[in-house]
Design a binder for this molecule. Structure first.
Ligand code: TEU
Length: 562
């Protein structure tokens, strides 16, 4: 793959279907709701739509637990609705990318129901192990290894009927598939091919670097105070991952059909990303790393710390440089698993919310890579503001709460962590109008309490709204080759307030300078390229005349000849 692939020019909009738009009043979003609101996405200028899972699922993990890969869950609609959606997306010149969740299935998938029978030929489709030697099966400590699951508790569930344990790196309703078994791989590729034949343009691959594990499965090191080991190296980036990715690429025709692929990868560093996205191999188009969304965490997700800006911008810069000559970056601050960026790294007070949402958008979209906009990010949606555990619907939030409180962490501390970091922050339904406009029924998760003031209708009607700024950024990317292909250079790397960088292509150069704080910031002009003959192309707030001082969250983009 040597030509520049089409998706390196794209902007992706992620839809979380259950929270997007409900047309039948059941309180859950559906495919017809997506069809109804496609013009909102098209107006922004995004050209790829990624749908979180819409397949048949008991919804233990909101669809990331799939019971039938080949059918649409009735809560979302029918296959006819899906075909209509594909056509509606394509007729707008956009592409449709599906979520592919094949590290695990639901425990209600027919493959797993069969696998539960010890003599079945599907037994080996999942990861079954006997109890630890010398232990009574099903008793505490008898789990085959000491691994913890991502969602709290052991990564092993005991199956009484067969007297063995199955591995589940996520909830106990998400048993891991055994990718060592060629029949599993064949079945997955065949399924992918059927979706491609139906018209889908690519896949976002859920935790795809967990499909190859390091065998034999063995205990990890325990951190004091933690009942389970979380040594991610034992399950991520395993020895056969590249082989599996290349096989999948070949069997599904990913490169030959120019399908869009992004592999979500925990524990994926730059070196891994280079390997997986190299243009000299047929593996993946790009990856989602977790590095930059971990810079404000001290150890666990539930103990966030204040962002030290240099950590974030230096991390992104390192990836910009690291993938400049080979490979490709995805650019994201938000998705359905992350808190709202304006609450996390901006300032969600009424005074600064809009400007800080725009400043965050500006810096992200002017990096090199494929930017992702998560539904609601384009209007500067904020965190949910939950204060009680009962308000959370997420299996991860509930599991982590149970594990942490059982280990003696005070409830208040866990709730504070969840309030800042929980995934439900991103999952409150889309506020289409000041009244809500998401459903005529009772929404599955309450709309954000600030819907009357933060909603799509009001924001898009405002020429100074957040969406207008996203539109301008996306348009700039379309028009300007520097945004797509320009070399990246981080300026003022240690500055704790300013985020500044240049992009250069031939004699064209862009300078981006943003004040990432809620106070006025002086700019050390002498450390920046001279602005003589520079043209201001974009700004997040009404611009002053010089660059000596930036208003709170003021971000500016200048164009000039290098
Ligand atoms: O997420 C993978 C993942 O490891 C994390 O995002 C995880 O959900 C958590 O936030 C870590 O604390 C993917 C999906 O994006 C997520 O929604 C699913 O729950 C998960 O895989 C399992 O399929």
């Amino acid at each position: 793959m040597s030509q520049t692939p089409w998706w390196s020019r794209s902007v992706v909009y992620q839809i979380y279907p259950r929270s997007f738009a409900d047309t039948d009043g059941d309180g859950f979003g559906d495919l017809r709701g997506i069809i109804d609101h496609l013009d909102h996405v098209a107006d922004l200028g995004a050209d790829v739509l990624w749908l979180s899972p819409i397949y048949v699922s008991p919804q233990d993990d909101n669809g990331y637990d799939i019971a039938d890969y080949e059918a649409i869950d009735p809560m979302f609609g029918t296959m006819d609705d899906f075909d209509e959606l594909v056509a509606a997306v394509h007729s707008r010149g956009m592409k449709l990318v599906m979520d592919l969740v094949v590290n695990h299935t639901s425990d209600e998938h027919a493959w797993f129901t069969e696998s539960r029978q010890p003599g079945s030929d599907k037994r080996d489709w999942y990861v079954w192990r006997p109890a630890r030697e010398g232990h009574e099966p099903g008793t505490p400590g008898a789990e085959p290894t000491n691994w913890g699951s991502f969602f709290g508790g052991s990564a092993w569930a005991y199956d009484e009927a067969s007297g063995e344990y199955y591995l589940h790196l996520f909830s106990r309703k998400q048993p891991d598939l055994n990718w060592e078994n060629p029949a599993v791989r064949e079945a997955v590729y065949a399924m992918m091919n059927r979706w491609v034949d139906r018209g889908v343009d690519g896949f976002r691959m859920d935790v795809i670097n967990l499909i190859s594990k390091t065998y034999p499965l063995a205990d990890g090191v325990l951190t004091p105070g933690d009942p389970y080991s979380f040594e991610i190296e034992r399950v991520a980036n395993g020895p056969r991952l590249i082989e599996f990715l290349e096989e999948m690429n070949r069997e599904v025709g990913i490169t030959s059909k120019q399908l869009f692929t992004v592999g979500e990868m925990v524990a994926c560093g730059l070196e891994h990303a280079r390997e997986y996205t190299s243009r000299h191999h047929d593996r993946l188009g790009m990856v989602f790393t977790f590095e930059h969304v971990s810079v404000d965490q001290s150890g666990s997700k539930l103990s966030p710390k204040k962002l030290h800006l240099p950590d974030l911008k230096q991390n992104l810069a390192r990836w910009q440089e690291g993938l400049a000559d080979d490979g490709w970056n995805s650019l994201y601050f938000e998705n359905h698993d992350q808190p709202r960026s304006v609450s996390r790294w901006g300032d969600d007070s009424p005074e600064h919310r809009v400007a800080s949402a725009k400043a965050l958008a500006t810096v992200l979209h002017l990096h090199q890579g494929t930017p992702y906009v998560y539904q609601g990010q384009e209007i500067g949606m904020t965190n949910a503001g939950f204060t009680r555990i009962e308000q959370y619907a997420d299996v991860e939030a509930r599991g982590q709460f149970a594990q942490a409180t059982a280990a003696g962490v005070p409830e208040e501390a866990v709730l504070a962590g969840l309030s800042a970091m929980s995934r439900d922050n991103a999952r409150t339904p889309m506020p289409w109008t000041p009244e809500g406009g998401f459903t005529t029924g009772t929404p599955w998760l309450p709309l954000n309490a600030n819907t009357a003031s933060i909603n799509v209708a009001d924001d898009v009607a405002d020429p100074d709204g957040v969406a207008a700024h996203y539109k301008a950024l996306i348009a700039l990317r379309r028009e300007d080759a520097v945004v797509r292909d320009g070399a990246f250079e981080l300026l003022l790397p240690d500055d704790e307030t300013l985020w500044a960088f240049t992009r250069t292509l031939g004699d064209q150069r862009l300078l981006v300078v943003a004040n990432m704080s809620s106070h006025l910031a002086g700019v050390p002009i002498s450390a920046l390229p001279s602005l003589e003959d520079a043209e201001l192309v974009l700004s997040s707030v009404y611009p002053g005349t010089d660059l000596q001082t930036l208003a709170p969250w003021e971000a500016r983009v200048y164009r000039f000849r290098a």
